[in-house]
Design a binder for this molecule. Structure first.
Ligand code: ARG
Length: 287
């Protein structure tokens, strides 16, 4: 309470409001057919071999961790010839039970959109919008309490932002991505608490104007440095308390703890070869 809070100590970690996990529903797709045969982002090198059994084991670890935390994980059946399908976050964006389908920027991933739509229709979702404009699901859309943050510059069309705003009826804030390593918004920004608008992000991944927008909207955000961003540390998933993130993003653990979160490091080294980590593998179904 403000009244018994001594002056000048408001930001002391011990005085942070207690964090609370809320149960989530996630959609994931096992990396049974994962491989790197083409390169559509700077992380992908088809010359580097991928260890599929290891990728599957790492992915199962993530899935099992969510379940152990009390979350529901639904599984999408992987399709042969769609090696990036493991990055299930890209297949749709679900807010208030409304499903905005994806439309991929690259031909190699185009067919994933239909696989997701099929799953949503078969799973009883009846408010489904097939998009006109390119958007790669939660790759470029992040949902906070007040906004839908929307990346552009590499994948999502700026026109998809208006389409999302109209469909969800939530304010969409466009953010310009400028570094090809951080080609999707979810490689440069993570929502930590979607009930109170807490985020973490890597400022250099954004244009100067977008950085200013982020500063205005999220003055208390946790800012990630170069090394943690390069470990894809921002490709994280939070349930409001537990933050699952790549284990090599070591610089983020203490700042997260200071803010009352419980960081959980995951090893998704094989999937990093495709340019993705925890968040890319996890689509949240906000029903
Ligand atoms: N290889 C995939 C691509 O470039 C990785 C997608 C990662 N997903 C994400 N949500 N950032 O499209």
């Amino acid at each position: 309470m403000g009244s018994n809070c001594p002056r000048g100590t408001r930001k002391e970690p011990s005085l942070q409001p207690p964090r609370r996990a809320t149960p989530r529903r996630y959609l994931m797709c096992p990396p049974a057919h994962f491989e790197v045969t083409y390169s559509i982002n700077p992380w992908m090198d088809p010359a580097k071999p991928v260890d599929v059994p290891l990728a599957v084991a790492q992915w199962e670890d993530l899935r099992d961790r969510y379940r152990a935390l009390g979350h529901t994980v639904e599984e999408l059946t992987p399709r042969r010839g769609l090696p990036d399908m493991v990055f299930a976050a890209n297949g749709a964006t679900v807010v208030d039970g409304r499903v905005l389908g994806a439309r991929f920027a690259f031909r190699e991933r185009e067919a994933e959109a239909e696989a997701h739509l099929d799953w949503f229709r078969a799973s009883g979702f009846d408010r489904v919008h097939e998009p006109v404009h390119i958007n790669e699901g939660e790759g470029d859309f992040a949902v906070t309490a007040s906004y839908v943050l929307a990346g552009r510059g590499f994948r999502a069309s700026p026109l998809s932002h208006g389409e999302a705003q109209e469909f969800f009826g939530r304010p969409v804030i466009g953010l310009d991505l400028v570094d090809p390593r951080y080609y999707h918004l979810d490689t440069a920004l993570a929502v930590l608490d979607d009930a109170t608008d807490q985020v973490m992000y890597h400022p250099p991944a954004f244009s100067p104007g977008s950085r200013e927008v982020l500063r205005r909207l999220f003055p208390d955000a946790l800012l990630a440095g170069d090394d943690d961003a390069a470990a894809l540390g921002l490709n994280a998933v939070s349930d409001g308390l537990h933050v699952l993130l790549p284990q090599s993003a070591t610089g983020l653990f203490d700042p997260l703890r200071e803010r009352g979160y419980e960081p959980i490091g995951m090893d998704l080294s094989e999937l990093l070869k495709g340019g993705g980590s925890v968040k890319c593998c996890t689509q949240e179904l906000r029903v």
